[in-house]
Design a protein around this ligand. Sequence first.
Ligand code: MN
Length: 193
Amino acid sequence: MKHQLMELPFNLQALEPYISKETLQYHHGKHHATYVNNLNNLIENTKYEAMSLEEIIKTSKGGIFNNAAQVYNHNVYFQGMCSKNTEPSEELRKKIEEEFGSMDAFKQAFLNAAVTLFGSGWVWLSVTPLGSLIIEQMSNANNPLLGKNTPLMTCDVWEHAYYIGYRNARATYLENWWELINWNFVSANYKNV
Ligand code: MN
């Protein structure tokens, strides 16, 4: 099966001024696209050709794993942003307040995990098998599909996600990224757990 680069659910200017057209041209049009192309080349004539992206992530290692996971991670990241003002569902908001104290305390905890992740990686909000919310810091291409947790949203803290617009200022990128969260997407994922 050939994997396809997902289409962005917004136009290239939609996230400005927080995330620029130029950043999206590189991040989606070059980085994300390269992971898709690498994956398709690497799985040609292997058993992975017949698998879904999720199955490849759970059963592969090395280059195939890295590229498959990066395709998946960017799919979640780009679907998780939008230019409209959205709010968490009642159900998700109540759960966040129950576990983190308040939406603001959750924001601080999530962004702190993203600021302090050393090197390249991803920060995830996931649901554990017992139904608790958990913030997970993951290096490189790793994601919650490797364990038992179900991912709800993610933030990309690889430098390529922010270097064009923010240079080394990861914390400023994160504060602005927070304003772009597509809570409709995150709430729908929570409902489907
Ligand atoms: Mn990225």
